[in-house]
Design a protein around this ligand. Structure first.
Ligand SMILES: Cc1ncc(COP(=O)(O)O)c(C=O)c1O
Length: 358
């Protein structure tokens, strides 16, 4: 646990992450879950999350960048780490020596592959319709497979694709699934790992897919999805602060930068030691926070390090102020900010220390 000197912190519930893992596991039969722990485990703190999941014997993880993989490897020498983003050819030797599994997504990555000195595990990425990463055309897929399979330094461990609409467009999801199935039928090889589903499709459709072995689970581990029928997931992230200063306003008193709030009557306000440099961005103004199970309104302009709320006589500096993760859900904040829940948990910055409950 980090030291907390200003009473502003994130409370991360590791037990609930594991509970969510087990809940989704029930939706996917006997298949295996690869926890997606990119972006600092969606803001939850990757080292603590992986350490906890590893204690439950979960030992295969996915990240996005080589930097993320290296950070994990420094702490955990035994786990498998799939890098889902592009790793350039010039870094293959680093990846191989660290025993990473890298994603092969385009032909530039495999130039001069003959010069590779260390064996490297790879997964082949198929673009089944998202037009982001991966090989799209049959001839390219067959060609890359031939190149990889004829190189003795390359171990082809897996193949995968990614869905772009599992949460909101079943027909397009189905189209991508069929395309991936076609590709698998076309390649004369038995992959150890075949994976496609993210959280949404794991929960809703994975049971119907006969040809995959794994799913890649991100947001649902952290208690969220973009679907409305996933209430069985448990919350894992609370953002908490306290009132650090109490001000009694007279009628006409103005608050904060730009004097954007004016008291219409005698009012009490609380100053909170958290601001946009902590990732609680200015657009949150006019939203609510929770104190003692009740809503209190954010007022004025959110500063870099502080913000203001309207309070009453019942509130003291000892009370927890919950910005989200309780009565105010992460989804509510996402709606307030016109974005998705993923962004809310990822945008809290390094400056907010984390407390872990197990
Ligand atoms: C390639 C890939 N796989 C899996 C995931 C996990 O998706 P989700 O967080 O929706 O479960 C992501 C997340 O964006 C991803 O980019």
């Amino acid at each position: 646990m980090n030291s907390i000197y200003r009473n502003t912190y994130s409370e991360i519930n590791l037990k609930n992450i594991y509970k969510n893992y087990l809940s989704v596991k029930k939706c996917i039969n006997t298949k295996n879950i690869i926890p997606v722990v990119k972006a600092n485990a969606y803001g939850h703190g990757v080292i603590d999350v992986v350490r906890y999941l590893l204690s439950k014997n979960i030992d295969y993880y996915a990240v996005s960048t080589l930097e993320e993989a290296i950070e994990l490897r420094k702490e955990f020498d035994k786990i498998d780490i799939l890098v889902m983003g592009i790793v350039q050819r010039k870094y293959f030797e680093i990846a191989a020596k660290s025993n990473f599994v890298i994603t092969i997504s385009n032909f530039d990555q495999i130039a001069d592959l003959a010069l590779l000195k260390t064996t490297l595990k790879v997964h082949l990425k198929v673009d089944s319709g998202m037009n982001r990463l991966g090989f799209k055309k049959d001839k390219d897929i067959l060609n890359i497979f031939d190149i990889l399979s004829s190189n003795s330094m390359i171990i082809i461990e897996g193949i995968y694709t990614h869905f772009s609409t599992a949460d909101n467009n079943y027909d397009y999801y189905k189209y991508q699934l069929r395309r991936f199935e076609q590709v698998l039928k076309m390649i004369p090889y038995n992959f150890d790992m075949v994976h496609a589903s993210n959280s949404s499709s794991s929960i809703k459709y994975e049971q119907e897919i006969p040809f995959t072995t794994h799913v890649r689970l991100g947001i649902s581990l952290y208690g969220l999805t973009l679907d409305s029928d996933t209430k069985f997931l448990e919350n894992t992230y609370k953002l908490i602060t306290h009132v650090s200063e109490i001000k009694h306003l007279d009628i006409g008193d103005k608050v904060g930068y730009g004097a954007t709030y004016t008291a219409k009557q005698k009012e009490i306000i609380g100053v909170l030691p958290i601001g946009y440099a902590d990732g609680f961005i200015r657009k949150n103004r006019d939203g609510d926070v929770e104190i003692n199970g009740k809503r209190y309104q954010i007022i004025g302009t959110i500063c870099m390090d502080q913000m203001f709320i309207k309070i009453d006589d019942n509130i003291s500096k000892k009370d927890d102020v919950i910005l989200f993760g309780g009565l105010i859900s992460i989804d509510e904040v996402a709606t307030r900010l016109d974005t998705i829940n993923y962004e809310i948990i990822c945008q809290i910055t390094y400056r907010v220390p984390k407390i872990y409950s197990k």
